[in-house]
Design a protein around this ligand. Structure first.
Ligand code: SF4
Length: 413
């Protein structure tokens, strides 16, 4: 077995884990090949956040088996943790590797033979922390700083797949950041399941973490992949606003703009708190990019509730709305709630928010026209154009210039 192909079907956190597996296989002498072609081993890092994600995972595994019937398929990630038996029964699957065994994935994948296919411990037992960071992308790296979640929102299976909130010590994360800087990355995105909840298993704090990361030489820009509104404290906002390498770009889950629905979701804030948090950030920083997550069609969400959410978004005017139609997930309290919304109605609500998002994003970009900004240009050359993102996450294009790849450049938007 000499060739291996990697696929990530999930989030930035999974991407960082896959990239870590890839480094381990490379160190073991494997050649990495694309998963669109034949390979001796396929490693698939799955997602299970929605029913659609599960379906995509199974279809993808089926496609790999048809591509290379002799190949070993090793499945890991959230679907592996939640649906191990189902996946183990699929043709071509050599092993299903859950959270607890991620550190042994290479050994399991390359073992001469196995006495079982399923390497999954029930969530709830003492869970190891699998440190990870990505160096596969060329422009920005993803650094996993936290795993698991203790929040148990009523619609979410993530705590069931990833266990309790835990993390590596700040010293470990800082040394990983130094490794990333050593290979030349200028921008890093810190990621986790509930990133702002960093410190639960080490008695440290998210604030101490970002202060320590800010001092890592060579990394010039830090982004926070996502943070719960109640964990983005005024202390952190004041510190970021005082001039650090952390950028004016916040991805914050709102989920609903209706307090009754937020309560049914067991979210840890109401709309008044959320609005005041946004306003506080805006009072401390200019031209901040807010990306806001919203779930439409949560059980019991009436048309009036949805209109309330729509008006709330019009009020806080984020730069972008990440829209998710509610997905009924087994073993979650919301799955048994009354007032399940029809797929057709969910679709209509998604479309309404997509239109609003287009308007708001256009408005945000227009408000930045003519401003001086700093853009980190990427390596892609599409029809003679290259792309990059400003500090406040506006996508920018210009004529391709190879000397600017991976460089942070002053521009007028
Ligand atoms: S905070 Fe996020 S990951 Fe945690 S339970 Fe809620 S939705 Fe899921």
């Amino acid at each position: 077995m000499k060739t291996v192909a990697f696929s990530t079907l999930g989030c930035k956190l999974s991407f960082a884990e896959t990239s870590t597996f890839e480094r381990e296989f490379l160190e073991a002498g494997f050649t990495v090949v694309p998963s669109t072609g034949p390979a001796d081993i396929y490693v698939v890092n799955t997602c299970s956040v929605t029913a659609m994600a599960d379906k995509k995972g199974r279809n993808f595994i089926g496609r790999l088996h048809r591509l290379s019937p002799e190949a070993r398929i090793v499945v890991t990630g959230c679907q592996a943790q939640l649906k191990a038996g189902q996946l183990a029964d699929m043709e071509g699957v050599w092993a299903v590797v859950g959270s607890e065994y991620k550190g042994e994935l290479l050994k399991i994948a390359t073992a001469p033979q196995l006495d079982r296919k399923v390497f999954v411990e029930p969530i709830g037992q003492s869970l190891k922390y699998f440190p990870a960071f990505s160096t596969t992308e060329r422009t920005r790296a993803f650094l996993k700083v936290q795993d698991g979640c203790d929040y148990h929102c009523t619609y979410c299976t993530v705590p069931l797949a990833r266990g309790d909130s835990r993390n590596a010590p700040i010293a470990t994360v800082v040394s990983q950041a130094k490794e990333i800087a050593a290979v030349g990355f200028k921008e890093v995105v810190i990621t986790g399941v509930n990133t702002g909840d960093f410190g639960k298993s080490t008695g440290e704090s998210f604030f101490d973490l970002i202060k320590a990361l800010n001092d890592v030489e060579g990394i010039e820009r830090w982004r926070i992949s996502s943070i719960e509104p109640n964990l983005l404290t005024e202390e952190i906002i004041d510190w970021i606003a005082a001039g650090t390498k952390f950028l004016p770009h916040f991805h914050i889950p709102l989920q609903s703009g209706c307090d009754r629905i937020l309560a049914a979701m067991h979210r840890r804030y109401n709309t008044d708190f959320f609005r005041r948090r946004i306003e506080y950030v805006r009072s401390r920083m200019d031209n901040v990019f807010f990306g806001i997550d919203v779930i439409v069609g949560f059980p019991g969400e009436t048309k009036e509730d949805f209109d309330t959410t729509y008006r709330f978004l019009e009020q806080i005017r984020p730069a972008f709305i990440h829209i998710f139609p509610y997905s009924r997930r087994a073993s979650t309290p919301a799955a048994d709630m009354p007032g399940q919304v029809s797929e057709q109605e969910k679709k209509a609500r998604v479309q309404a928010l997509e239109q609003l998002c287009e308007e708001l994003h256009g408005e945000f970009c227009e408000a930045n026209r003519g401003r001086r900004e700093q853009v980190l240009f990427e390596s892609t050359n599409k029809d003679g154009k290259m792309f990059g993102y400003s500090r406040n996450y506006i996508k920018v294009e210009r004529d391709f210039d190879p000397s600017l790849v991976g460089q942070i450049v002053d521009v007028i938007l």
